[in-house]
Write a protein that binds this ligand. Structure first.
Ligand SMILES: Nc1ncnc2c1ncn2[C@@H]1O[C@H](COP(=O)(O)OP(=O)(O)OP(=O)(O)O)[C@@H](O)[C@H]1O
Length: 459
């Protein structure tokens, strides 16, 4: 029903801790255009003073008509008096994984546009239809019966820098289209939404527009509660030495039937391995089998060695597939998915893994680690040297741990656990969202807000 669209926009505004400027991400499709019109109307009607709206359209440059569509959104925003930017994806496009690459780029460009337009957060037009598709896709990949069953979070932190909010997750696309039609507003239908080459399109046609939620045992609130418990388990049972070795209490190590602990341990391992995702089902089974056997020994999974000794379990990056990375003066690059390295020199530097014993080895021994663990782990530590052999002397460089699992996309309901992981690796906590948190540690608990509750009840 069209009025539910305005109601959702109003509820969304009420969920903010304080008024702010919102950047609407508008593709020109019905969902995001509905978002723009509804927010404009809710703000314009003086629901909450102090709010303002800006908008941005990303031209991915993947279809011949995309520039024209972006220009049409710009003209529409101009009519409404909303500041709007078009950002174009420049440069070469990958041959495979184009949708994932486009998504990555889209958020990067949206975050830049938000900074340019002084916006405090980004709002997207994801709907209940998108949510059902996401849950179905995760389930098809074998993720749906665990934490993945919660689907998309209603809040997501991008790049540690800006929160992306999804106020329409509880609304159906049909309602949004009805709302726009009632107002005489038109939208574009992206032809790639009908291309069966894409997984989402195939899943959409399988769901056939059903509004029935698949049975998903994990709601967003459960996932937030699980994250809080996982955070507590991490704080009690895991220590990280010199950012490259995690030491796990032996009594806890094999407790892999506990889903919260399993997720906690695998998250720490993912960070050590520089991975932005947890391992797949088969790998998790393999790791669990090894740890539950309780025998000393080593196994490798996801680029990480699980080194079980009589006095503890040690995790560290396997010293394989560690490529060199050259960094220009003043630039920052990611090495091995695990470290952000900033070159403070006037000449290029190269980051590699040490070929022989290094100071890392001694530091790990000084931290009390078994010599065998120290030696192996040190072989995968970052070593920075001038890129040209003739330059000598010490190197000025800033090296910080990268939390690959959360530094680019952090679902709001995982923030408690992400904070615990980040602190383990010497990083700061993640910024809090501008809206009241779904699982606010200091606030209302797991109740959440109406627009978040809507999204939750369907999973
Ligand atoms: N070209 C674009 N320009 C601006 N915003 C966009 C663009 N494409 C998508 N968006 C925003 O993202 C929302 C979701 O779009 P879509 O469903 O196509 O993305 P997705 O890739 O499935 O989602 P996600 O980005 O979360 O993975 C849109 O409602 C809109 O707010």
């Amino acid at each position: 029903m069209p009025e539910t669209v305005i109601a959702a926009a109003r509820q969304f505004l009420r969920s903010f801790a304080k008024p702010c400027r919102i950047l609407a991400a508008v593709s020109g499709g019905s969902d995001s255009k509905g978002l723009l019109v509804a927010l404009h109307s809710a703000i314009g009607n003086g629901d909450r003073e102090g709010f303002s709206l800006a908008a941005c359209t990303i031209d991915h440059g993947l279809r011949p008509e995309s520039a024209e569509e972006a220009a049409a959104v710009a003209a529409f925003c101009a009519e409404l008096g909303i500041p709007h930017l078009v950002r174009r994806w420049q440069g070469d496009k990958p041959q495979t994984g184009i949708q994932a690459a486009a998504r990555q780029k889209r958020y990067e460009l949206l975050a830049d546009a938000a900074a340019a337009l002084d916006a405090d957060c980004i709002a997207t037009g994801h709907t209940r239809d998108d949510q059902l598709e996401t849950i179905a896709m995760r389930r098809a990949r074998g993720e749906g019966y665990g934490p993945g069953g919660a689907g998309m979070a209603s809040t997501m932190l991008y790049g540690r820098r800006i929160w992306v909010l999804r106020p329409f997750l509880g609304l159906s696309r049909a309602d949004i289209r009805g709302f726009l039609t009632a107002r005489g507003v038109e939208w574009f239908d992206d032809p790639s939404n009908a291309n069966p080459r894409f997984e989402r399109v195939r899943v959409r046609s399988e769901l056939k527009g059903s509004q029935e939620a698949p049975i998903a045992p994990w709601s967003a609130a459960q996932r937030a509660a699980s994250s809080a418990r996982a955070a507590a388990l991490i704080e009690s049972h895991v220590r990280v030495h010199e950012t490259i070795v995690a030491e796990v209490e032996l009594a806890q190590a094999g407790n892999m039937n506990d889903a919260d602990w399993r997720r906690a341990l695998l998250s720490v391992a993912a960070v050590l391995g520089g991975r932005n995702h947890l391992p797949g089902h088969a790998t998790i089974e393999r790791i669990s089998g090894f740890l539950q056997k309780g025998m000393p020994g080593r196994m490798t999974a996801g680029g990480v060695v699980y080194d079980r000794r009589p006095n503890g379990l040690y995790l560290y990056r396997e010293a394989r597939s560690l490529s060199a990375c050259v960094i220009d003066p003043g630039a920052t690059s990611v090495w091995d998915g695990r470290f952000n390295v900033t070159n403070g020199e006037r000449h290029p530097v190269v980051v590699t893994a040490p070929q022989q014993d290094s100071q890392w080895n001694q530091r790990l021994i000084d931290a009390g680690l078994p010599p065998g663990v120290a030696k192996r782990a040190a072989r995968a530590a970052p070593q920075i040297a001038p890129a040209q052999a003739e330059i000598a002397g010490s190197i000025r460089a800033k090296v910080e741990c990268r939390i690959a699992l959360y530094d680019t996309f952090l679902p709001g309901f995982d923030r408690t656990m992400a904070d615990a992981v980040a602190l383990l690796f010497g990083r700061e906590r993640y910024p809090a969202p501008p809206v009241h948190d779904l699982f606010d540690r200091n606030g209302e608990g797991p109740g959440g807000l109406p627009w978040q509750r809507d999204a939750r009840t369907l999973c």
